[in-house]
Design a protein around this ligand. Structure first.
Ligand code: URA
Length: 237
């Protein structure tokens, strides 16, 4: 075994806990026994806003939506996917409707499309916990068929209430259904994307749905342009 291979295999025998213990031994030998960790900086105004919004969102979910049977989708759903994330997020992501994974787990965008979405927002320095993610519909349509007008009509007022509570600076509409609802338009996603719309509730930017990007990866550079526009708009507002 070469010297380099040997030192690599010895290094890999030390676990992170052992490495920390060795470091603490070294500090003790040097006479260093006290450690100072600065308190985590939490802006009190942001903390209050977070907890107030959290309570109002909980009220919406439990008291207003409850065990919803307002439309036919309740018959086939396993879970109502309310949405999740930072209750005072600057950025909201809005998709179409829960799929099979989301229906089981009760969380939006946890399947393959969700993984891609997380990579997309990471590219503009956001993590899942920073944003709020929701859908036009809160229940899974059978076999992931497109939302029907009566379902959008019944369910979307709850989405608009969520936006009103969270007050994001920017809403990123993912795909045709979300973009057409939020922009009150019938145009195609390729026409609507890559512009900033000053809507009464927030600035809206539309991009392709991550499921579409999984099927059409050649469109990813355009989605990247849209994400850069999101970042720029957040920086400027
Ligand atoms: N597609 C969506 O539009 N929303 C989800 O939550 C998952 C997949």
């Amino acid at each position: 075994m070469s010297e380099q291979q040997n030192s690599r295999s010895i290094r890999s025998l030390v676990t992170p806990d052992e490495a920390l213990a060795n470091l603490l031994d070294l500090f003790r030998d040097l006479g260093i026994t006290d450690f100072y960790f600065p308190p985590t900086q939490i802006d009190p105004v942001v903390a209050v806003q977070n907890s107030q919004n959290f309570d109002v969102l909980e009220q919406l979910r439990i008291q207003e939506i409850g065990n919803c049977i307002r439309c036919k989708l309740h018959k086939g759903r396993k879970t109502i996917v309310f949405g999740e994330g930072n209750p005072a997020a600057e950025l909201m992501l809005i998709g179409e409707a829960p799929g099979a994974d989301e229906d089981i787990q009760g969380k939006p965008f946890v399947g393959r499309a969700g993984q891609l979405l997380m990579q997309m927002i990471k590219a503009i320095n956001f993590e899942r916990k920073d944003v709020f993610i929701a859908n036009v519909l809160k229940c899974r349509p059978p076999n992931n068929r497109p939302p029907e007008p009566d379902e959008v009509h019944t369910c979307s007022p709850f989405l608009f209430k969520q936006i009103e509570i969270i007050k994001p600076k920017v809403v990123l509409a993912l795909g045709t259904f979300s973009a057409q609802l939020l922009l009150n338009s019938k145009s195609s996603i390729s026409f609507l994307r890559n512009r900033v719309y000053d809507m009464p509730f927030a600035k809206v930017i539309a991009t392709y749905h991550p499921s579409f990007l999984l099927r059409s990866p050649q469109k990813k550079p355009e989605a990247w342009e849209d994400l850069k526009l999101v970042r720029k708009t957040l920086q400027e507002n």
